[in-house]
Design a protein around this ligand. Structure first.
Ligand code: GZL
Length: 332
């Protein structure tokens, strides 16, 4: 009897430990981290920003800072100058400071699991904003608020296939990629390639990173103009690189928007002005004004409420003939 009782007790203990194991969040998560006890009072958010590399980023920073103020959230803000090690350092500092929530736009997709696990073990929820991370453990962040970059790349490609629908090839394309390893660069490249793949007349004859900056965009476009004898189209992953490239195109004696069609992404005011001047043919919008949504999500997450794992921002596509009417209402 005793043996049977022992067997029953062992089975019960095994079953309960199995349940305990299942209730931890994801593999290798160790003890389920309790959410950090709130001391009440205003929420403190640690925000690790990518940098200040583009007009889009500047507008995004302004949106986050103004929204925090409006929401009564204390913001600890860091600018990583586009370096992952600086963002990781900032997140570790936020953990030491015991902030209530951490939000950041990961400069590149990979290499975040360790520091995100440290935040989770400290019971501090993390919100991804603007860019995503590449991780197997989705429990490391509460939600991702940002655009669908593959869709943006697809929209850029679909504009091109429409614009050249009745024209013979080849259509030689040069591509200015965003920051190497970043979600927008990876996904805008993939979405665009996908959209033009069905028609062999479209050829990407050169593709290189301009790191989302005007200076680098100009420099790489100068190299393209030297190395490629016949460029029909420039596809730039953001407006700042497109605007830098436009300078290079003009300095080479060619007309941007006419001799070389220009497709860009973001939708900053300067790009709309360039469209009214005929220098950019289409802009795929990528909305940086995420601050308000971020603060609402932060309040819910800190209160322990469930939030959607993915919150996608709404955005449009602006061909050149729509630019003048839209320009007055552009907010960034
Ligand atoms: C996109 C954002 C990109 C912008 C660039 O959401 O991460 O980074 O397209 C910015 O202008 O530098």
């Amino acid at each position: 009897m005793a043996r049977r009782a022992a067997l029953v007790l062992t089975a019960a203990l095994l079953a309960s430990s199995a349940l305990t194991a299942c209730s931890t969040e994801g593999p290798g998560s160790g003890p389920a981290a309790a959410t950090k006890a709130r001391s009440g009072g205003p929420i403190t958010m640690g925000f690790a920003q990518v940098g200040a590399e583009s007009g889009w980023r500047t507008a995004n920073t302004k949106s986050v800072q103004e929204a925090a103020k409006k929401a009564g959230i204390t913001l600890k803000f860091s600018d990583a100058q586009q370096k992952q090690e600086n963002q990781i350092k900032a997140i570790r500092t936020f953990i030491q400071q015991k902030v209530d929530v951490i939000a950041f736009s990961p400069v590149v997709e990979s290499g975040w699991d360790t520091v995100l696990k440290e935040a989770k073990d400290a019971g501090i929820p993390v919100i991804l904003t603007d860019r995503a991370v590449d991780t197997q453990d989705a429990s490391l962040y509460k939600t991702f608020l940002g655009s669908d970059f593959v869709k943006e790349g697809k929209s850029a490609g679909e504009w091109l296939t429409g614009a050249y629908a009745n024209q013979p090839g080849p259509v030689n394309i040069v591509e200015l990629q965003g920051t190497t390893g970043s979600a927008p660069a990876n996904d805008r490249k993939a979405g665009f390639a996908d959209a033009i793949r069905s028609d062999g007349k479209f050829k990407i004859v050169a593709s290189q990173t301009g790191d989302f900056t005007r200076a680098k965009g100009k420099e790489v476009m100068q190299a393209f103009l030297k190395s490629q004898k016949d460029i029909d189209v420039l596809y730039a992953h953001n407006d700042d690189m497109a605007l830098g490239a436009i300078q290079a195109i003009e300095e080479s004696g060619k007309k941007p928007g006419t001799d070389i069609k220009v497709i860009s992404v973001d939708g900053i005011k300067d790009a709309f002005v360039a469209m009214t001047q005929g220098k950019i043919n289409v802009v795929v919008e990528c909305n940086p004004m995420l601050g308000g949504q971020l603060m609402e999500l932060a309040k819910k997450v800190v209160a322990g409420e469930t939030v959607p794992k993915r919150v996608e921002t709404e955005e449009g596509v602006f061909p050149q003939d729509k630019a003048a009417a839209a320009l007055p209402s552009r907010t960034y």
